[in-house]
Design a protein around this ligand. Sequence first.
Ligand code: ADP
Length: 480
Amino acid sequence: MWNSVRAKLTLWYVLLFGVLLLGSSLCLYVLIARSFRERLDLSLINTAQTAAKLFQGELSENGGDPRVATGHFFNEFKPPHLYVAVLQTPPAGGPKLLATNFDKGTPPSIPAGLQPVLPAPAILAQARQTHEPLTIEAAWFKPAGGRMAVYAFNAEAQDFIMLVAETRAISAAYLTELRRIFYFSFPVLLLVAGLAGYWFAQTACAPIAAMTAQAELISARNLHERLPIKNAKDELGQLAGVFNQLLNRLEASFDRMRAFTADASHELRTPLAIIRGEAEVALAQERSPGEYQEALTLIQDEAGRVAGLVEDLLALARADAGQHKLHLEELYLNDLVEESCRSVKTLAHKRQVALHYVPVEDIPMRGDSELLRRMVLNLLDNAIKYTPSGGAVQVQLLRNCNHAELQITDTGVGIPAADAAQVFERFYRVDRARTRTEGGSSGLGLSIVKWIAEAHHGSITLASQPGHGSTFRVSLPLEQ
Ligand code: ADP
């Protein structure tokens, strides 16, 4: 299951969602906790200032007597949830506690038994110095702790400090509730995210599953089938498009292979049928030695043709499979071409075709001499074969920068433009009836020539004028 993309996507999604949720919840919690503290501090400061004003009023009403004023003040100011204390700072010495609202018993909303602790002298000194209200921790405010506002003020020419403290229990209860909400909602949200993520992943992967199912159905027998493309622009559409193009190429190569096999069988059938027929006729009755010789010669010719064909087929099959290793060696291309011309000289002479080759300077290169010789011989053989008697074949070899250009021009029948593009295809013959009589050929020669040129990183082109002749041009790089 963990190998499935869906599961992985879901897992990543849930993980990311979880981290984001945790991060945002933490931020939210910290912000809320801080805002609670700030609000508490603000309200304590406000209360301390209001209480100070009230106390000031009482003091002026009671002739500046702090004892009487505190009595009246605490009679009037009775917050049920606050600790309030009034301190007086005599002209000499530190602040002294005058009275607190705890003196007459703990207020109703505050748990009994609390032991308030006065701020440290340094804090009191700071408050008196600035005359600005400040807030400090009041850890003695059990159980949740608390905050205390310290406000130094002057009234009736005397220095006082008002202390107002409150428990943090209410905000702590809120925060506990908030934490509980987080604890509860966290797994629920993760579960929902997981399910939603899985659903999204499932929806996103559904076309892939459909493509997989469809691709599984495609075999050699129904290679024409293609994957459905819903939206060619999205990633899956592009993938299906690329896959379909691959199928196109596969189908084309399968078709070529089928045609190749059919053509090969067809080509082999004819000479084999001739061999068989000839042998049957010869064996049907007693023959003279001359007749036997004639039959055997024919059989030998046809067997030679079969052998040549099989050799060509083998070469092309090996080339297709990438198994044909080139035996590269240092050679002189001019020598190779010259030797090839010498080999076909007799054939040209027999056909009354003039063969012209002007020897050129040395053209050294690295190549497979056997294959290159086969390439040149094939081209020469064709040129002589398709040139009527009285015609000429011109062989030209020259060095062009770092390329060798071999040009074989004949004054033969030429190749119609419509066929020119196809002559390099296997088994392609311009005129089947004619070529058979021209000495028997399979239509494999030029495809082998092309393969040899390309195997040497070269190329071959054809220029032809029907009725006037053809020129085959092979270009071979000299540095491989
Ligand atoms: P083949 O073995 O039949 O000659 P090739 O592959 O060598 O097969 O040639 C393919 C076809 O191209 C030939 O059947 C022939 O019709 C044509 N062709 C090849 N070379 C020449 C040429 N020099 N002049 C005219 N036609 C040619």
